[in-house]
Design a protein around this ligand. Structure first.
Ligand SMILES: [Zn+2]
Length: 322
């Protein structure tokens, strides 16, 4: 069967030959994601915060090339300057500069990089900044980082603020990717998955909502991760309509230290939410040290069938094609 997702424009060199010939199966080792849904760049301002060498769009494209991946979603880290623990002067100005720079980088990628805007939603200026950023070239979604921003949906004022961002995303018809895990992982678990469906997804049911790192934070897959994913998995299995447009990125969840038991749990939860809802992503500090090695770890350690891997690798959401 030729994969319907194997559209010529998104075929990597390897997949392209399969498309052209209609060959039924690419060898398992040749299955490569068409999109990396969780990437970051490192600007001159962010480098000392991330303790990471600068990494611009060109550098990311070279890394994608060596992994055979065509496109990536670049999540602006503008939110990081609004983390009050960092005591930075002019966090809103730094956020604007970061979103502007991210836009410049993705706009120069000939459509291979797609940018997501960000800001710390608890800053007064956040909504206006996200709205401004969505008008910049190449920026087609919103990234929220609850942990970095100090947000918990268990605080009703925070939940109300986040609902505003989701309404804005729905108005603009753009996707939202959320790092849901609360700061430090305290007071976080299954309840937050229920609150997320009630307070966030319910106000923007028509847009793509991507839960990063399988509801946790990488690297690895913890018991807490699984309590969140069990909740989402159960919602998907009972046909909860709010799950229709919810997706999950697996960025850094399967790493060198992942045990076979943890990997089996990952596979179980991915099957519950359904492979068409699973998106591959790397993150800045990717397991194995390179994008290519990170995918090899995920592909070989997670007990999925070749068909399941092929579905994940071929998931290209419409916002990538705009
Ligand atoms: Zn990330």
């Amino acid at each position: 069967m030729i994969s319907l997702r194997c559209l010529p424009a998104f075929c990597s060199a390897l997949a392209l030959s399969a498309c052209a010939t209609g060959r039924p199966h690419t060898p398992r080792a040749a299955i490569v994601p068409q999109v990396d849904y969780h990437q970051h760049l490192v600007s001159a301002n962010f480098a000392p915060i991330a303790k990471h060498a600068p990494r611009d769009g060109k550098a990311l494209l070279a890394e994608l090339d060596s992994a055979g991946i065509e496109k990536a979603v670049v999540l602006s880290v503008a939110y990081t300057y609004g983390d009050e623990r960092k005591h930075l002067p002019d966090p809103d100005g730094l956020a604007r500069t970061e979103n502007d720079w991210t836009s410049q980088q993705v706009a120069a990628s000939a459509g291979r990089l797609i940018g997501f805007c960000s800001a710390n939603p608890l800053r007064d200026a956040a909504l206006a900044e996200i709205e401004r950023c969505l008008g910049l070239p190449g920026m087609r979604g919103i990234k929220l980082h609850f942990g970095n921003a100090g947000i918990t949906l268990r605080d009703s004022s925070h939940a109300a603020r986040i609902a505003q961002v989701f309404r804005l995303a729905a108005q603009r018809g753009v996707a939202v990717l959320v790092h849901m895990r609360a700061r430090g992982g305290a007071n976080y678990g299954a309840e937050d998955a229920r609150l997320f469906l009630d307070k966030c997804v319910a106000v923007a049911p028509s847009i793509d909502v991507i839960v990063a790192h399988l509801g946790g934070s990488g690297p690895g897959y913890s018991v807490q991760n699984d309590s969140v994913m069990a909740e989402f998995g159960a919602a998907a299995e009972r046909g909860d309509p709010r799950m229709r447009n919810v997706y999950f990125d697996v960025a850094s969840n399967v790493a060198e230290e992942t045990t076979p038991q943890e990997a089996a749990l990952v596979a179980k939860r991915l099957r519950q939410v359904g492979m068409p809802h699973v998106l591959y992503g790397s993150d800045l500090s990717v397991p194995g040290g390179t994008i290519k090695a990170g995918w090899a770890l995920f592909r070989t350690r997670t007990p999925l069938t070749a068909d399941e891997l092929r579905t994940i690798a071929g998931n290209v959401r419409p916002f990538l094609r705009a």
